[in-house]
Design a protein around this ligand. Sequence first.
Ligand SMILES: [Zn+2]
Ligand SMILES: [Zn+2]
Length: 387
Amino acid sequence: MPVKNRFAELQAEITAWRRDLHQNPELLFDTHRTAGVVADKLAEFGCDEVVTGIGRTGVVGVIRGKATGSGKVIGLRADMDALPITENTGVDYASRTPGAMHACGHDGHTAMLLGAARYLTETRNFDGTVVVIFQPAEEGGGGGKVMCDDGLMDRWGIQEVYGMHNWPGLPLGSFAIRPGPFFAATDIFEVAIDGRGGHAAKPHETVDPTVTAATIVTALQSIASRNADPVSQIVVSVTSFVTSSEAFNVIPPRVTLRGTVRTLTPENRDLAQDRFEQLCTGIAAAYNCSASVEYIRNYPVMVNHDDQTDFAADVAREVAGDCAEASLVMGGEDFAFMLEERPGAYILVGNGDSAMVHSPEYNFDDEVIPAGCSWWAGIAERRMPAA
Ligand SMILES: [Zn+2]
Ligand SMILES: [Zn+2]
């Protein structure tokens, strides 16, 4: 099964959908127009059920096979939201909304899953039920979690879930995947370090939070280098260091730090948080300051399940002839929440030699469409073969 001929026929149409979405990007949960377009198309294709408003602006479509006696139900998930970036691609279908852009290719994901839904409603060549899931707020907001909290998995009896992301740098239309931990947990922190401000020429009459905070920034690197097992992956990045005074000659009373911690196992996630809090409060105390730490657990580690990963790779091989082993990614992905609820797998499809995602120059490559759609269709047809 190479690329399905039907998707070669549909490519121009799916490309037009993708470019329309690209021109009309929406952020986080505000994917009202996008959800409307998706729901209208799913209804037009003849989905057996189309439900909006799952996870605020999420959309679900149900497609029953020629037979459903197997009792199998598979969820296929795409994300719909854009990023708060001003586009700089120069394409004639560029974003018409200043400060918003499909810089992660979710326009392509949505269009490809719509293409697959079109094909699956036409052919229904499987024994079971496909649930196509279109989620908002992948780029922060945890739309996948909100859909799960809304009862997504139980309401439709979903047994397995699959996701896909385009990947710049991977050859166009090729696939890569790995079992186990794949994308990182993306926790964030804000630390307020309080001392006593005063004249910069009289530091002995102050308690300087700047030197304290600088020491903390340096010490936080010991979590990765001295606490975590060196063969594991962990990133601690302080991304913001703000003093409460900008004067040349004033020691400020407060410094605020912000940043993110990335880990790939629950053990390292706990370890990093414990050490983080100890280092901040311990060093602050040693320097006569106080530290208040707000440590927020954001997206969890995204873990691919072994059996579904093997299957997803098999389908990818049938479409593209090969499936590479993907590298670990220290970025986050809120499909992690769906994989916590149900077994499944998340695969990368190559976007070729393009700008990186989240860049103002990035664009989804429409040549990916036949391969991406064929993989989705293959997941349904191969996992639930018709008699
Ligand atoms: Zn992204
Ligand atoms: Zn993305």
